[in-house]
Write a protein that binds this ligand. Structure first.
Ligand SMILES: NC(=O)c1ccc[n+]([C@@H]2O[C@H](COP(=O)([O-])OP(=O)(O)OC[C@H]3O[C@@H](n4cnc5c(N)ncnc54)[C@H](O)[C@@H]3O)[C@@H](O)[C@H]2O)c1
Ligand SMILES: NC(=O)c1ccc[n+]([C@@H]2O[C@H](COP(=O)([O-])OP(=O)(O)OC[C@H]3O[C@@H](n4cnc5c(N)ncnc54)[C@H](O)[C@@H]3O)[C@@H](O)[C@H]2O)c1
Lengths: 197, 197
């Protein structure tokens, strides 16, 4: 694994607009060959897309984790319904350095109960927790109608990173990073590659 | 061609009265530039009218054909827990041409109940439904320990496309398309770009 830091240096030196990198470029940076690169990366369970290459952001974070130089990040989930609970229970988050530290909901039947060892709190508790910097990232797992208001509340209290699952675009200031997830895209890509086999 | 689903998402989210769309709008939706758009579309042999743009309905059909999702595709979800239910209820699937037609589980407390208007069936019913070609795609939303066995059962009965959420790699024959989903990657990409702002 002595080559990983060299791959990382290449990734960090790439032009920020670059989304993908080839195994040949990584090989050159590490003084190795493309087959070594593929073997190194599959060894840390990281795979590229044939003919396209490796995702720069994902590989960057994956190598940092492997080298133990990634900080752990704290995550709050707003909306403790089916999706919120599935994410709170998902071991893959902790494995990659994300700790779910809080869950918020407006449903009195859910408030006060636990998902794993995380308590579902009343949304009212959100403002105080944001101000005391209890978490860096918020996940929106609320119905579409509630998403914009919840996003505004998070931003107002200093949260700058939001992963939005609600099927509606949320308007936030420039400085806030919002990433929209749409799992139907996964089905589209699956059926794209499936039909080309 | 990984940008095609993003163009398609823009087309579907446009106001239904819109007949044409510009390469700039498509570029913005896919985080690319107008030249990329023109190259992508001429690659699938689709051309716009200079000064006017691309026909929305025609481009929609063309991209769907290219993605192999021209027709509606039927989806079965195995595992009717938190994640399975969140996916079954998600309106975004139907909007993009995917109909959830069946849910399977092994928990007697869930079998016979409904999620929306889809009945949760006993896993035993899976074999017959596969053979009668009731669906094209299966989603695995089962615990990691059950994933391999369920995947084998699906493949044995003729299913060739699997979207796997369970945090374990499933081994299937070459001809079967499996796409692995890991939502922590979304958080990784969010925190990568967030830190580079
Ligand atoms: N992007 C995707 O791929 C994808 C996939 C599945 C579901 N979804 C979306 O994710 C969201 C959640 O889905 P679900 O199946 O968990 O729904 P759900 O109804 O089971 O859960 C929603 C939860 O949000 C809570 N809630 C409502 N308003 C709130 C508010 N203002 N603040 C805090 N909590 C609030 C509800 O009490 C409920 O517990 C929906 O918008 C759904 O469309 C997206
Ligand atoms: N990839 C991701 O990003 C991601 C995110 C969240 C959850 N997950 C994973 O998705 C899976 C489901 O998560 P969840 O929160 O819904 O868990 P859950 O425990 O709520 O649901 C699992 C369901 O599967 C059923 N089940 C168990 N064995 C089965 C079998 N052999 N056949 C059919 N059904 C069976 C259970 O009865 C239960 O209803 C887990 O493996 C979890 O790790 C992945």
């Amino acid at each position: 694994m002595v080559r990983l830091p060299r791959y990382l240096r290449l990734l960090e030196d790439l032009d920020p607009s670059r989304d993908v990198v080839s195994s040949e470029e990584l090989a050159e940076a590490a003084g190795a060959n493309a087959a070594n690169v593929r073997r190194d990366l599959s060894h840390i369970d990281f795979h590229g897309v044939r003919g396209i290459g490796y995702s720069v952001p994902e590989l960057n974070v994956r190598i940092r984790q492997e080298l133990g130089i990634a900080d752990r990040q704290r995550v709050a989930i707003v909306g403790a319904g089916n999706l919120g609970r599935a994410l709170a229970n998902y071991g893959g988050l902790s494995k990659r350095g994300f700790d779910v530290i809080a869950l918020y909901d407006t449903d009195v039947r859910k408030i006060g109960t636990k998902v794993g060892d995380v308590l579902i709190q009343d949304l009212e508790g959100l403002d105080g927790d944001c101000l005391s910097k209890s978490f860096e990232i918020a996940i929106l797992a609320v119905p579409a109608v509630a998403a914009q208001q919840v996003a505004e509340r998070l931003v107002e209290h200093g949260v700058h990173s939001i992963l939005n699952f609600a099927p509606v675009r949320v308007n936030v200031p420039e400085k806030v990073s919002v990433r929209q997830v749409d799992l139907s895209m996964e089905l589209q890509v699956l059926s794209y590659y499936g039909s080309r086999l």
